[in-house]
Design a protein around this ligand. Structure first.
Ligand SMILES: Cc1cc2nc3c(=O)[nH]c(=O)nc-3n(C[C@H](O)[C@H](O)[C@H](O)COP(=O)(O)OP(=O)(O)OC[C@H]3O[C@@H](n4cnc5c(N)ncnc54)[C@H](O)[C@@H]3O)c2cc1C
Length: 247
């Protein structure tokens, strides 16, 4: 969905998110978080941004019925976004399903501002969960696909393919990942065992998005019992900084 909001898009960076609800009906009551998927430009000027969403409940169902010109209540950009250290050349982007949403914006940023062409790994349960592969391919980046049922790409889980690529081609300088918690846990374990820097974007349930409700607490790895918050400290974290509860 494209949003006509140049001011927000002009200051947003990859990994940041917006809180959204439908303005007039205030549906849902609490705004929902969505990653910025891409910025939209026309005549070389930033006009707005896109979000890519999966229909799972009341808010996204209502969003899917919107028409061009409808008005949304949007807060953002929020959160920290991905950090891109100087000198990174070999970059893996690892997405599980709708977790591809912030990684496409990151791939565009890396291509445009860092002259880096990442290797993109897309995983899902079946072919319908694999999104944006055409957009990545038209950017000229390498795309590897896995599905658990083998309906597209290699059969299996995306993290196994990432590990295979490391064993065959060597370590990347950094891994960026977004997707379901078990996938993030697996990719964090792989990054740790090969000593690779890894940033994960957590889709922790949150109510406000700006540090007031404190509902999106994430336990610190170095100090169990103390917490960071996905909305203000994240949603992007160094994979070694947080405990990932994949249960
Ligand atoms: C920082 C951030 C960025 C996000 N970016 C995107 C995005 O780009 N695209 C996208 O489709 N979604 C994204 N999400 C997830 C999205 O915000 C939720 O799916 C949202 O709750 C959907 O609203 P809803 O009203 O349709 O469903 P709800 O009524 O909120 O939820 C429907 C069902 O999904 C469950 N659920 C809701 N959120 C989560 C969650 N985070 N993890 C596990 N289960 C959950 C609920 O418990 C409920 O069972 C993001 C979440 C975060 C925190």
């Amino acid at each position: 969905m494209g949003l006509d909001f140049a001011e927000l898009a002009g200051i947003a960076s990859p990994g940041q998110f917006v809180m959204v609800r439908i303005a007039e009906q205030r549906i849902p009551l609490l705004r929902r978080p969505f990653s910025i998927h891409n910025s939209v430009t026309a005549h070389n000027e930033i006009r707005g941004f896109e979000i890519l969403y999966k229909v799972v409940g009341q808010g996204t169902r209502a969003m899917s019925g919107l028409k061009a010109g409808d008005v949304l209540d949007v807060l953002g950009p929020l959160g920290n976004g991905f950090a891109c250290p100087e000198g990174i050349r070999e970059v893996f982007l690892v997405a599980g399903g709708i977790g591809v949403a912030p990684l496409y914006y990151l791939a565009c940023f890396l291509d445009e501002h860092k002259a880096v062409s990442p290797h993109v790994f897309l995983g899902g349960r079946s072919a319908g969960d694999i999104l944006c592969h055409g957009s990545f391919e038209s950017m000229g980046v390498k795309v590897s696909i896995t599905t658990e049922d083998g309906s597209l790409g290699e059969k299996g889980v995306v993290t196994s393919l990432v590990e295979k690529a490391i064993q065959i081609n060597g370590k990347p300088d950094i891994i960026y990942a977004c997707g379901p918690t078990p996938m993030l846990k697996a990719i964090s374990d792989i990054a740790a065992s090969y000593d690779i820097g890894c940033q994960i974007s957590l889709e922790t349930v949150m109510a406000c998005g700006f540090g007031v409700c404190l509902g999106c607490a994430v336990e610190k790895a170095c100090s169990p019992g103390s917490y960071l918050h996905a909305c203000t400290d994240g949603p992007v974290f160094d994979s070694r900084a947080v405990m990932i509860d994949a249960s």
